[in-house]
Design a protein around this ligand. Structure first.
Ligand SMILES: Cc1cc2nc3c(=O)[nH]c(=O)nc-3n(C[C@H](O)[C@H](O)[C@H](O)COP(=O)(O)OP(=O)(O)OC[C@H]3O[C@@H](n4cnc5c(N)ncnc54)[C@H](O)[C@@H]3O)c2cc1C
Length: 469
C-alpha cells in the first residue's frame, strides 16, 4: 500500500515515522522548505527562533520515550515560569488568586475577591451568551477578573469579542481556580496548580530540531520526505483519491500517486483540493501571528520568564519570549534575544507593516513594560504563521462538521491534526493522532475511531497514562 501524507508538521511526520518503522511505503509532501509546521525553528546569525516558542510535554509514556530515543543528548529537560505583565504590575501565571490579591491595589483586590466569592457562591451570574468564552471565565473567576485580565487579552489575541468565542476552548485550556487551594494559601498552607506542568522537554537546536530529526529518521527507514511541494488538488477516480497534484517552488507540477491519503493541511484547504466549487469549510477562519525576532547584543539574560503574557492594549504584542530560557544555545555566548508574538490577520496592516515600523512600535511597548532594548538591538526579522489559531467561534463546530463530512465521502482520504480537524490542540496531541491513524491503517482490527473527530483530544488522549516529563 502506498501512503501519501500532506504536511510535514508533528501530525504528518509522526504518522509517517510509525509507518516507516513498520516497513510501509510512505511519502510526506511539505509545502515549506523546512519541516515542523508550526513547530519549526528559524536560525540566523547564531540565533534561533521558534514560531512562538514551543515546549514538548505528553502524558503518553511511549511517545515521550520515543522522542527521548530519537533525540538522545540533544533533548534538554527544562522548567517553565510564566507571568502576566502590565506596565505597572506583574502576576505569576497560571493565575493564583493569592498572588493576584497580593499584587493588586486594595480597591482592585476587593473587587476581585468579591467577584470571585459572588461567583462561587452563586450570587452573581454571567449574562454573556450561553456557551461563550466570556460566560465560562465569568463563571469560574468572577466578572472583575474577566474584565481586568481575560477579556482584554482574549480580545487582543483573537481580534473578536470574547462573547462570540466558544467556551469549550476556555474549558480545555484555562485552569479553573480551585476554591480549596485559595483557602489553603490564605491560611499559609501551599496550594497546588495541578493543570499546568512546570517541566518540559526541549531540543538544543529549537523545537524544529525534533521534526528535522524525525524527517531524517523516516528517510533512513526508507520513507520519502519531499519539502517545497505544495499539494494543490486531489486527483479522483471512481470515488477514490488516486494521486495528489503538487507544485514545487519553481512552479513545476507533478502527481504523486497513492492508495491512502492523510491530509494535515487546513481543513478548508482540503475541501478546496476536493472541490473548490463546493467548499463547506469556507467560513472557518484563522487568527494569524507575526513574530518579531529581535537579536540583542550586550544583554546576557533578560528575565527568568519563559513566557510573559502582555494583555495591555497599550502594547502591540500578546506574549514576550526569550528563546534562551528554552535552550541556552538559542543565542551566541553572552547574548540573548526576544521574540514578540503579534496577533493579526493575513494581509492586514500589521501583517504587511515594514519590519522597521513594527520594530519601533514593539520597542516602544517593551519600554512601557520596563525593558529598554533599543541600544542593544543588533538585528530584527519577522516570521509568520497564517494558521496559528483556529478561530473557535460559537458557530465553528457546525462548519467544521460539514467540512469533515464532505472529506469523508472519499474512503481513502483522512483529515487530521490541528489544521486538519480545526481544533486547538497541542503538538503531542497532533503526534498521537498521527501515530494512532498509522496503527489503524496497519491493523484495521485494532482500536479504530469511526470518524476523524474521534481522533481528537477526547477519549483517545484521556485514556493514556499520566506522566508529564
Ligand atoms: C504560538 C504557538 C505556540 C504553541 N506552543 C505550543 C507548545 O508550547 N506546546 C505544544 O505542544 N503545542 C504548542 N502549539 C501547538 C502546536 O504548534 C500544534 O499543535 C502543532 O504544530 C500541530 O501539528 P500539525 O501537524 O497538526 O499541524 P501544523 O504544525 O500546522 O503542520 C501542518 C503542516 O502542513 C503543511 N501544509 C499545509 N498545507 C499544505 C499543502 N497544501 N501541501 C503541503 N503541505 C501543506 C504546513 O506547511 C505544515 O508544515 C503552539 C501553537 C502556536 C500557534
Amino acid at each position: 500500500m502506498r501512503v501519501v501524507i500532506i504536511g510535514g508538521g508533528p501530525c504528518g511526520l509522526t504518522a509517517a515515522w510509525e509507518l516507516a518503522k513498520n516497513g510501509a511505503n510512505v511519502t510526506v509532501v511539505e509545502k515549506d522548505s523546512s519541516l515542523g509546521g508550526l513547530c519549526k525553528t528559524v536560525r540566523r546569525d547564531g540565533y534561533q527562533f521558534d514560531l512562538g516558542g514551543h515546549r514538548f510535554i505528553s502524558r503518553d509514556h511511549e511517545l515521550v520515550e520515543d522522542i527521548k530515543e530519537l533525540m538522545g543528548p540533544r533533548l534538554l529537560a527544562r522548567s517553565r515560569r510564566s507571568c502576566i505583565l502590565f506596565p505597572d504590575r506583574r502576576f505569576e501565571y497560571p493565575l493564583n488568586m493569592m498572588d493576584v490579591l497580593k499584587n493588586g491595589a486594595i480597591g482592585t483586590n476587593l473587587r476581585f475577591a468579591l467577584g470571585y466569592v459572588a461567583t462561587i457562591s452563586g450570587l452573581s451570574r454571567s449574562l454573556s451568551p450561553v456557551g461563550s468564552f466570556q460566560q465560562w471565565v465569568e463563571a469560574k473567576y468572577g466578572k472583575p477578573l474577566y474584565h481586568e485580565f481575560f477579556g482584554p487579552y482574549t480580545r487582543k489575541l483573537w481580534g473578536v469579542d470574547p462573547a462570540t468565542l466558544s467556551g469549550e476552548w476556555a474549558a480545555s485550556r484555562i485552569p479553573a481556580p480551585r476554591f480549596i487551594d485559595t483557602l489553603r494559601k490564605s491560611i499559609g498552607l501551599s496550594g497546588t496548580t495541578k493543570t499546568h506542568a512546570a517541566s518540559y522537554l526541549y531540543p538544543v537546536g529549537g523545537i524544529g530540531e525534533m521534526f528535522e530529526t524525525m524527517g531524517a529518521r523516516i528517510e533512513t527507514l526508507g520513507g520519502k520526505v519531499i519539502t517545497g511541494a505544495d499539494a494543490g488538488s486531489l486527483v479522483m477516480r471512481d470515488g477514490r483519491a488516486v494521486a495528489i497534484r503538487v507544485t514545487d517552488s519553481g512552479g513545476g507540477a507533478m502527481d504523486i500517486e497513492g492508495d491512502t491519503f492523510l491530509s494535515t493541511a487546513p481543513l478548508n484547504r482540503l475541501a478546496d483540493m476536493i472541490d473548490p466549487t463546493a467548499n463547506p469549510g469556507t467560513g472557518l477562519g484563522h487568527r494569524s501571528l507575526r513574530f518579531l525576532n529581535i537579536m540583542l547584543d550586550g544583554i546576557e539574560d533578560l528575565s527568568p520568564y519563559t513566557w510573559q503574557y502582555t494583555p495591555s492594549p497599550q502594547v502591540i504584542m500578546t506574549r514576550v519570549q526569550e528563546p534562551k530560557r528554552r535552550s541556552p544555545h538559542s543565542a551566541p555566548e553572552g547574548r540573548t534575544s526576544v521574540m514578540l508574538e503579534i496577533p493579526c490577520r493575513k494581509d492586514d496592516d500589521v501583517w504587511n507593516m515594514p519590519d522597521g515600523q513594527l520594530q519601533d512600535r514593539a520597542l516602544e511597548g517593551m519600554s512601557r513594560l520596563g525593558y529598554r532594548l533599543g541600544p542593544h538591538v543588533s538585528g530584527v526579522f519577522s516570521t509568520y504563521a497564517e494558521h496559528a489559531y483556529p478561530l473557535l467561534t460559537i458557530q465553528a463546530a457546525a462548519l467544521r462538521h460539514a467540512a469533515l463530512l464532505s472529506a469523508r465521502q472519499y474512503p481513502n482520504v483522512t483529515s487530521l491534526g490541528r489544521q486538519g480537524l480545526f481544533r486547538y490542540i497541542f503538538m503531542d496531541e497532533a503526534m498521537l493522532m498521527g501515530r494512532q491513524w498509522a496503527r489503524n491503517l496497519m491493523n484495521p482490527n485494532g482500536h479504530n475511531p469511526a470518524h476523524e473527530e474521534d481522533y481528537g483530544a477526547g477519549s483517545l488522549l484521556r485514556e493514556s497514562g499520566s506522566i508529564a516529563v
